[in-house]
Design a protein around this ligand. Structure first.
Ligand SMILES: [Zn+2]
Length: 121
C-alpha cells in the first residue's frame, strides 16, 4: 500500500496551504476591490472579451498565436468599480499580463500618477 512521502516541514511551521490562505486573507484586506473579480458582472465581461478576441493581443502583435487567459484593464481602475467594469479591456496570456503589464504598473506606481496605456503596446 502506498504511503505518504516524508515531510521535511518542522511541526511548528505552518503548511503551504495555511500560508497561502494567510496570504490571500492579507491580499483581500489590502485590496478589497479584488472581490469584484468574483462578481457575475466581471465573469460575463471576461467571457465576452474572450469570445470576441480569443488570442493574446500582445503576442499576436509579435506574430505569435497564443490563447488569451487573462482580461487586462487597459486603463488602471485603482479599485474604482465604475472604471473596473467600464474597460477598455484587452485579452492577454498570463505571461504577458504577469510580466509586461505588471512591470508597467509597478513602474507607474513608482513614478507618480497613472499613465494611460494604449492597447496593444
Ligand atoms: Zn501574450
Amino acid at each position: 500500500m502506498p504511503t505518504r512521502p516524508a515531510s521535511f516541514r518542522p511541526r511548528h511551521q505552518p503548511t503551504r496551504i495555511v500560508l497561502e490562505r494567510e496570504y490571500e486573507a492579507r491580499r483581500r484586506q489590502a485590496h478589497p476591490w479584488r472581490a469584484l473579480y468574483k462578481t457575475p458582472q466581471w465573469q460575463a465581461i471576461r467571457v465576452s472579451v474572450f469570445a470576441a478576441e480569443p488570442l493574446c493581443r500582445r503576442c499576436a502583435s509579435s506574430g505569435l498565436v497564443v490563447p488569451a487567459t487573462v482580461v487586462n484593464h487597459v486603463e488602471r481602475h485603482h479599485g474604482d468599480p465604475v472604471k473596473f467594469f467600464a474597460g477598455p479591456f484587452e485579452p492577454l496570456c498570463k505571461p504577458c499580463h504577469d510580466g509586461e503589464v505588471q512591470r508597467e504598473e509597478r513602474r507607474e506606481a513608482a513614478s507618480g500618477p497613472p499613465v494611460t496605456r494604449r492597447p496593444g503596446l
